[in-house]
Structures are given as structure tokens and as C-alpha cells.
Design a protein around this ligand. Structure first.
Ligand code: 26Q
Length: 813
């Protein structure tokens, strides 16, 4: 590997000429990007091989993180950082007249996830490798990631995200590691001479699952783990030549398309279950492929299948991979001929489940008929799991039949995936303290009563390498200068920064860095969308998927309130720039309506000279990981305003905090722990508590119309919305208005409005005293270390996976 600028430049030029036969002067950005990626791939590959060899010889337990989503974003710069060569490369390139960031931006943003859950999986892989733990990812290599969002006339329009159009510099296809996954067909048992049953699976569609491996590089360690993504291919040759010869040109290729459809596209639904057969196919496809390859490798190592749980642990990211339970049973029963009890004991000691939601509409329930037809053998196994489980329940609660019915895995014509996941795993965890408590006392109360020892909390985290070191280099430098570099390996050391809370020169530097980052964002948005942002205004930001419970609508109502204050001749205290971004699920009408509303308000304000220099709102198109990296360092205020009890954790709240933004937030999800960490003085709290929300639901005594009628501000604002803001048709936002007034405002937007206005007043007050504001900002940074995913992963490793670091030695060492 290059050790200094000079060797870097030499090796880089050699790569370029080897790969493309060009010199610097003729090379395109794409050529330069590919050369740099390939150059570091040489080092990565060496470490990757050594890591795999180490794991092969080592008997320590290996973890597999099964997830339908890995929202990776771009990899080039973060890989350079992990290898410790970013600065050398950046300076070397500069001397060659090349800007590293231009090259890094030639890489597509790998959007293989919807939002929080997918990005969490990516942060976790980064932390697992950086802590030298043996843990890998398993998912799907979607040809199209999450749709790309265009705003046309204020409406969201979805375009495909064909991120693999050009070569993916990080993946390696492993055709020799392909496995077959069977879908559909019929299954019938045959009694063998020894009395055992053999299950014939006939007429199944055989899909070839081909793995593509991506290296996951640990920071400052030799560990390079693997993210294995599966692609669906037809087992038939290029196309069905016989059909073709008969003149049936369509059928000749239709089988191929039907199979390839499985890994064609990521489903864009977030926190909302949609009953789509193809989604179930995706789930079984990657779970079966992943387990087959894990078991095959395990056997190759010469291990005894009866020891499986001592060597392998599978963490399932929500219920999406819950078919791992019956699929592992199938492999153990049918392929290894184990008896039921042995197979069940191994399965339930191998699988652990993380729950990410308490929203009832997000819980996966597959119709029995669909399930049975697509997965006949798996269905038989689920039925048997359920038969035994219900037997156990009847024995435990002989006088409580309703409880048995409630807890059953199969009921009302559907298979309940959360029940399957809980019964089939040894650990069930929530993702923030309050979320785990709600699981135990409300949503999964029956299960907690039955299996109290399975339940535990693992508060989410974010990788400080991407969300601070990569995205905020100036803050990184300031930290290094003040508290040294220990925090990089040990993020809890960020705490030392609190010592500078009264140091005016550090506080001033912090303010300068924020301003610089705001200018950087303003320049970017100016070039990209023509937006004019004033870096001297408060940047108040809400970026996340658009969802009723996240209450983007409340934010917009407040912006209209400020607009009205200006129109009435009042001073709104400080100039404000509101930024909002996020995608709506394509079939989620309400959320799309909120986007249109945001864009109409944005135009209303920008066309009003009275608002100039005082108030603006911009809806940023196509929010993704790359844009997020630019936004967090430039934010003053972090909007975390979900209805209490609804946001399982949230993770953008942590990214804002780590970059020194002040949270205006409800007591929900991880906001609660953020507030506990930074203290009341450094967090602006408002809104109903979880308890109050639950009480309203229990007593059914909330009346949104009453709140509305008692508040002139709301009457005026909702009237404006109802009239299309005088800009668009009067019925445009009828849906939004109905949700508030006719459907009794399910998420308490009107109820929390007054508290929200007051909270914003506080924000303005603090902002006016820079010494106060900068100190609050500093304390947020100082207390963010416990939200590093390194911390979270250490807890998973200690409490659930029971693994410790594995030292990887390089050959020349
Ligand atoms: C399920 C079935 C069919 C189609 C789609 C889905 C589906 C897809 C994605 C259901 C849910 C999701 C994503 C959920 C999600 O991102 N949840 C978020 O997880 C974060 C990480 O734990 C939390 O911080 C957030 O609070 C939670 O909303």
C-alpha cells in the first residue's frame, strides 16, 4: 500500500494506465474513480483474504445480520478513512490536479434501504468490523434501490434508481457459491424403510441465488468482513430455445424475467406492511440462500451440526427475515435428518430478533393461502411449530383460551410473522428504552409474560466515522486539537469536550465551523436547485421519511403560523430557514399530500416580499445518504417531533446531536435518552408524554375539533390549507384537513401545537445569546458518544451474540 504522497501518485498513475490505457490528461472522472477504487481494493483484498482465513481456523462464534435493507450510501471515502489513507490520497490527488470529492461523487449512492432500519444495518456493519468482531451481512442485491424522487409542480414523482448501470467497484460475484432456492410446487411425504419421513418437493420453480460479496472494512484494524448480497438468476440457459423454436418468443424469456424479478427492486414501503407476493418471495429467497450458504460453509469447516448454535448466531432485522426460523428447521430436519426437538433446540438458540416498530399497520401478516402456495414445505413446518407452541400455551394457561388465540402464530387466516420470530428466537430486543418498555407492557405483553427472559433493550446508534469524521472534517479537527484523538477509537471520550463548555475561543470556533458548513450546504443547494439560503438564519431541519406519525404536518402548520405573524406585522424573533426532505411511499396518499403542501407553502413564502430575509422553507428533492452527510453538519435545529410512543427510536436525532444541532423534540424513542444525556438545559422538550397519549387512547376522550375551535391561530391556518393557500385548488389538501378534523387527529398535531410554538420561542431566545447557544451545541457533541453504534454493537456482542474481538494478522506482520 502507498505510504506517502509520492508512492500514491506513482501507483495511482500506474493503475490508471493499466486499467484504461490513458494518462491523467485524457482520463474521465469515471476512469479516475475506478482507478482509485481499484488501487485500494488491492489492499482490501489482502486483508479480506486474511480475515476469512482467520475465521476459517477460528472456532469463535460468527454473527450474520440478516436484513432486507442495507442503506450503504457511497463507499470510496469511508473506505479510505477506514484504511487510514484518506489524507494521503487527498493530498496526492490534489498535486495531480484532482479533487477527491469529485471522484467520490462519481460513485452512485447505494440506496438499498428505505430509511432508519436500512441505515442502521449499514452503521452496524461498520461498527462490527471496526470492533474486530466476526460478523457479516446477508441481504439482496437489488438491481434498483429506493426510487429516486423528483418534485414536479410540487408533487413527488418516482423514478427508478438503476444504481448498477455502471460497474460496482466494490462487489465480487461468486458464481461458484451459488445455491438453489425452491418456490411453489407440491410437497408430499414418503415413509422411508427406517420409518423416517422424506419430503418430496415437486414442480417447484428453482431459482439460482448468486452471491455478490462486498468488503466491510474496519477502521484501524485488519478486519475486513463480508456483506453478501444475493441476486436471482434463472437456472435455465439464456432463454428457452425450444419455446423459441416453436415460435413462442415471449415464453422463451418469460421464465427468466419472472425469476429475475425477485431481485429487481427494493419495496419502497416504510413502516407499512403491504401484502405483495413478490415481497414474500424476496424474503424467502434471501433467507434460504443465506442459510444454505452458512450451513454449507459450516460443514466445510468440519463442524458437527449439533454444535451449530455455538458457532453461528443470526440476528434478524425486524420480521422481514423471520422465515429464517422455519427455513433453518427445514434444513436441519430434511437435509440433516435431525429429530424435531433437536432441530428446534438448535434453531431457537441460533436466531435473535430485533423489533423496530410498534405501529400495528407495520406488522407483517401473510395470508395463509398465499404462504402455503408459495412455500408448501415451510408452511407445514410453521403449522407444526404453532401446534406445539399452542399446546405449550394451553398447558401454561389452561383457563385462558383467549390468550392462546391472541398468541397463536397462525390465526384469522394469516401467519403472524412477529409471533413466529419471537417463538423461534432466544432474544427479542427493542431499539430504545421506551420502545422496549412499550413492547413489554403493551404490544407484546402476552409474549413478555410468557418469555420474560428473552426481552432486552439495545438502543440504536450511528457510526461516528461516517456521521462525524467523514461528514464534518472541521469539527473533527477541532475535537482532535482540543481533546486529542482518543475519541475516534473510544467515542465515549467525546465527553472530554464538555470541559470546553465555558471556553469562549472554542465556542467561537464551533460557531465558525457551523457557519462554514451552512455555507457549504447553501452553495450545494444553490448549484443543484437554485435555492437561495441565508447562512445567517437559523437552519431548522426535518429530514426523514414522510409519515403521519412523524408529524411533518405540525412543522408546516407552525411555519404557516410564523408566516401569519409576519403578515400581521410582528417580528418573528430571528430569521429562519426551514429545510424539509424525505420520500413518501408511492402508495401513501396522505404523505404525498404533505409533500405537495410543503412545496406550496415554500412558494407562498418565497413569492411574498414581506418574508424576504425573515422566513423561508425549502423542500429538498431526493433525500439520500449523501445529502444527509451534507445536511447534519449544517443544521442548527433538529426536528424530532413524532407523537410520543410512535417512533421506535429514531437515528437522525443522534446524527444531528453529534454535529451540534439542538433538538426540539417530544419525549419519544431515543429522544428520551438524548435528553437524559445532554440534560434538560440542552434540549428543547414539548408535547404529550407517552403516558398521556396512551391515556387518550384508553379513554377515547380526545376531541380535535375542540382544540381547533379554541385556537384562533389554528382556525386561520387550517382555513388557509383548506383553501389551497389561495394558490391551488381548494380541494387539494382536503385529505390533510380531514385527518385533523374529521378523523380526530390520530397523531395529536393540534393538541401539541401550542407546546410546539412555545418550544420554538425558546429556541429563538437561546439563539439570541450566542454564548448560550454555542454551549448547548458543544454539550450535544460532547454527550453524543454513547450514541455511537460502537457502543450499541458492544452491547449486542456482549449480551446477545456472546462474541469477543478476533485478531486478524497480516502475512507480512
Ligand atoms: C414490510 C412489509 C412489506 C413491505 C415493507 C415492509 C417494511 C419495510 C421497511 C416495513 C418497515 C420498514 C422500515 C422500518 C423502519 O425503518 N423503522 C425504523 O427503524 C429505525 C431503526 O431501528 C428506528 O430508529 C425508527 O424509529 C423506525 O421507524
Amino acid at each position: 500500500m502507498f505510504i506517502n504522497k509520492e508512492t500514491f501518485k506513482k501507483e495511482f498513475k500506474r493503475k490508471l494506465s493499466n486499467m484504461f490505457g490513458t494518462s491523467l490528461s485524457d482520463a474521465s472522472t469515471a476512469d479516475l474513480y475506478a482507478s482509485l477504487a481499484s488501487l485500494i481494493r488491492d489492499t482490501i483484498n489482502e486483508r479480506w483474504i486474511q480475515t476469512n482465513n482467520t475465521y476459517l481456523q477460528n472456532t469463535a462464534r460468527q454473527v450474520y445480520y440478516f436484513s432486507l435493507e442495507f442503506l450503504l450510501g457511497q463507499s470510496l471515502e469511508s473506505n479510505l478513512i477506514s484504511l487510514g489513507v484518506r489524507d494521503v490520497a487527498e493530498e496526492g490527488l490534489k498535486e495531480l490536479g484532482i479533487d477527491l470529492h469529485t471522484l467520490a461523487d462519481a460513485e452512485p449512492d447505494a440506496g438499498l434501504g428505505n430509511g432508519g432500519l436500512g441505515r442502521l444495518a449499514a452503521c452496524f456493519l461498520d461498527s462490527i468490523a471496526s470492533l474486530s468482531l466476526a460478523g457479516h451481512g446477508c441481504g439482496i442485491r437489488y438491481k434498483n434501490g429506493l426510487f429516486s424522487q423528483k418534485i414536479v409542480n410540487g408533487y413527488q414523482v418516482e423514478l427508478p434508481d438503476n444504481w448498477l448501470r455502471d460497474e460496482n467497484a466494490w462487489e465480487i460475484k461468486k458464481p461458484d457459491k451459488a445455491v438453489i432456492v425452491k418456490l411453489g410446487g407440491n410437497v408430499y411425504p414418503e415413509t422411508m424403510p427406517d420409518g423416517s419421513l422424506f419430503f418430496h418437493h415437486e414442480n417447484a420453480l428453482e431459482v439460482r441465488a448468486v452471491p455478490y460479496d462486498m468488503p466491510i472494512i474496519g477502521y484501524s484494524t485488519n478486519t475486513v468482513n463480508t456483506l453478501r448480497l444475493w441476486s436471482a438468476e434463472s437456472t435455465q440457459d439464456e432463454f428457452d430455445f425450444q419455446s423459441f423454436s416453436r415460435g413462442d418468443h415471449v415464453n422463451a424469456i418469460s421464465n427468466r424475467y419472472a425469476v429475475e424479478a425477485i431481485s429487481e427492486v427494493l419495496y419502497p414501503d416504510d413502516s407499512n406492511y403491504s401484502n405483495r407476493l413478490l415481497r414474500l418471495k424476496q424474503q424467502y429467497f434471501f433467507v434460504s440462500a443465506g442459510l444454505q450458504s452458512i450451513v454449507r460453509r459450516y460443514r466445510k469447516k468440519g463442524n458437527d451440526i449439533l454444535e451449530l448454535n455455538n458457532h453461528i448466531c443470526i440476528q434478524i432485522n425486524d420480521t422481514h427475515p423471520a422465515l429464517a426460523v422455519p427455513e433453518l428447521m427445514r434444513i436441519l430436519l430434511d437435509d440433516f435428518k435431525l429429530d424435531w426437538d433437536t432441530a428446534w433446540s438448535l434453531t431457537t438458540r441460533t436466531i435473535a430478533y430485533t423489533n423496530h416498530t410498534i405501529m400495528p399497520e407495520a406488522l407483517e401478516k401473510w395470508p395463509v393461502d398465499t404462504f402455503k402456495e408459495l412455500l408448501p414445505r415451510i408452511y407445514m413446518i410453521v403449522e407444526e411449530i404453532n401446534r406445539r407452541f399452542c399446546g405449550e400455551l394451553m398447558w401454561a394457561y389452561p383457563n385462558d383460551e383467549p390468550r392462546v388465540t391472541r398468541m397463536s402464530i397462525i390465526g384469522d387466516g394469516v401467519v403472524k410473522m412477529a409471533h413466529l420470530a419471537i417463538v423461534g428466537s432466544f432474544s427479542v430486543n427493542g431499539v430504545a428504552e421506551v420502545h422496549t418498555e412499550l413492547l413489554k407492557t403493551e404490544v407484546l405483553k402476552d409474549f413478555f409474560g410468557h418469555y420474560p427472559y428473552k426481552f432486552n433493550n439495545k438502543t440504536n446508534g450511528i457510526t461516528h466515522r461516517r456521521w462525524l469524521i467523514k461528514s464534518n472534517p472541521l469539527l473533527t479537527n477541532l475535537l482532535n486539537e482540543t481533546i486529542g484523538q482518543d475519541w475516534i477509537q473510544n467515542p465515549s471520550k467525546l465527553n472530554d469536550f464538555a470541559r470546553y463548555a465555558e471556553d469562549s475561543s472554542v465556542l467561537n470556533r464551533l460557531a465558525e465551523i457551523k457557519l462554514h458548513n451552512k455555507e457549504r450546504l447553501a452553495d450545494y443547494l444553490k448549484a443543484k436547485s437554485g435555492f437561495e439560503l441565508d447562512p445567517n438564519s437559523i437552519f431548522d431541519v426535518q429530514v426523514k421519511r414522510i409519515h403521519a406519525y412523524k408529524r411533518q404536518l405540525m412543522n408546516l402548520i407552525h411555519i404557516l403560523y410564523l408566516y401569519n405573524r409576519i403578515k400581521d406585522g410582528f417580528n418573528i424573533g430571528a430569521p429562519r430557514t426551514f429545510l424539509m426532505a424525505g420520500k413518501a411511499a408511492p402508495s401513501y396518499y396522505y404523505a404525498k399530500n404533505v409533500i405537495k403542501l410543503a412545496n406550496e407553502i415554500s412558494s407562498l413564502i418565497s413569492n411574498d416580499p414581506d418574508c424576504k430575509g425573515k422566513l423561508s422553507l425549502f423542500f429538498l428533492e431526493n433525500y439520500n445518504v449523501g445529502m444527509a452527510e451534507m445536511i447534519f453538519p449544517a443544521s442548527d435545529v433538529s426536528e424530532q417531533i413524532s407523537t410520543a410512543s410512535k417512533e421506535a427510536s429514531g437515528t437522525s436525532n443522534m446524527k444531528f446531536m453529534m454535529n451540534g444541532a439542538i433538538t426540539i423534540g417530544t419525549n419519544d424513542g431515543a429522544n428520551i435518552e438524548i435528553r437524559q444525556n445532554v440534560g434538560d438545559d440542552n434540549f428543547v422538550l414539548f408535547g404529550l408524554s407517552v403516558k398521556e397519549v396512551l391515556n387518550y387512547y384508553a379513554r377515547s376522550d380526545y376531541n380535535s375539533r375542540k382544540v381547533y375551535q379554541a385556537d384562533q391561530r389554528l382556525i386561520r391556518i387550517i382555513d388557509m390549507i383548506q383553501n389551497g393557500l389561495g394558490r391551488t385548488s381548494a380541494s387539494e389538501f382536503a385529505n390533510v384537513v380531514r385527518s385533523l378534523l374529521d378523523y380526530n387527529d390520530e397523531f395529536f398535531v393540534l393538541r401539541d401545537f401550542d407546546g410546539y410554538v412555545n418550544a420554538h420561542d425558546k429556541i429563538v431566545k437561546y439563539y439570541h445569546t450566542p454564548a448560550v447557544w454555542n454551549k448547548m451545541s458543544l454539550m450535544n457533541i460532547a454527550k453524543s458518544g454513547s450514541f455511537s453504534s460502537d457502543n450499541t454493537i458492544s452491547q449486542y456482542a456482549r449480551d446477545i451474540w456472546k462474541i469477543s474481538p478476533v485478531d486478524v494478522k497480516l502475512l507480512e506482520d
